[in-house]
Ligand binder design. Sequence first.
Ligand code: ZN
Length: 408
Amino acid sequence: MTFKLFYIDPYLREASAKVEDVEVRGNRIRVLLDKTIFYPEGGGQPSDRGVIKGDSFRIEVEKVEGKDEIWHEGKLKGRIPKEGEEVELELDWEWRYENMRQHTGQHILSAILKRMYNSDTTGFQIFPEYNKIEINFDEELTWEHILAAELEANEVVWTNIPVEVEEYEELPEEVSSALRKSLPKDISGKIRVVKIGDVDLIPCGGTHVKNTGEVGFIKVLNFYRKTKNIWRIEFACGYRALIYLNKLLEDYWESLDKMPNKNRPLIERVEELKQELKNIEKEKVELRRELWEWKGKALLSNADESDGIKVVSYIESMDMKDAQAFIVYLVDKNPNTVVLAVGKNYVIFAKNKNTKGIRMNELLREVLKEVGGGGGGSEILAKGGGFKKTPEEVLEVARRILKEKLKS
Ligand SMILES: [Zn+2]
């Protein structure tokens, strides 16, 4: 059983302890201590980091886990520590203190969400840059709801209320009936209850700051629906909130600086760009129509005519998708027309649907028989590719076979 110094004093940054057990895997080591200031991962709070050191060795602690026996895992430099040896413990205090601020901030925010909207917090996790809670909320959660709760929560922070921890062997009725969340059924040993004035009372095994003022600031960053009535809220407290907001601001000012007009607000500049894109898109469609019209006229003036059917045949330079759009437009506008177009690696055969006596899929099949490759389609539009000959040769074959078919 490891004695938990972090419960006696969560502000303890250094201590000595005795090694009780050691496991080594390569240059990684796990040590069990008789007492520790390192908080093991649990209850949404990540495990502590820091250093365990002794005579001629040093362990960079990266992971701490366990309930009764607390194991400290990390990279070993120097010799392997021995069982029974005294070691010095040193916390990465900035990491731990920020986690304490985030954790206490979560108590406050969750308590306010319960009070204002009767929402229970069903999940909590601290990440290195922000925190996440999950709450139940039956209607549509809006920024209005969120900002109202955030303000209330910050009032609690700024009032600087003491955060008190009581340990009980068994919960008195007046405590158990006032808890925000009932006690987990599988709890063993002493019950720790965290009280923040008349704001919050809840069983919790994490580490907390002494006064709400130390949380500094609670900022909700984002929220979204997870399932029908479960919402995720992302927030940050203290120094991490400041870092997060600074990154957002940097992003904001850099984005604004990239705009042709650099005046706030950014959203108006974005709307302007969107409108401009729309205009360009419209212009593009008009120009394309005009191009198609001229291209169609030029191709039709060079078309062969056989048995009252105009045959447009040419080498196409556009990619297949654009070529097909143009060809469909061309045959739709011109009755009794067939188009044979060959691109770098494709063929498109199309006809106006009123053109009788010829089927495009049949024509394609016969052409591919001579030039190789594959493809298919319908009576009015057929496409293929993978042929072994040059586009010019493929076009010659297509012209010849079509002519034969139209004669017969
Ligand atoms: Zn807690």
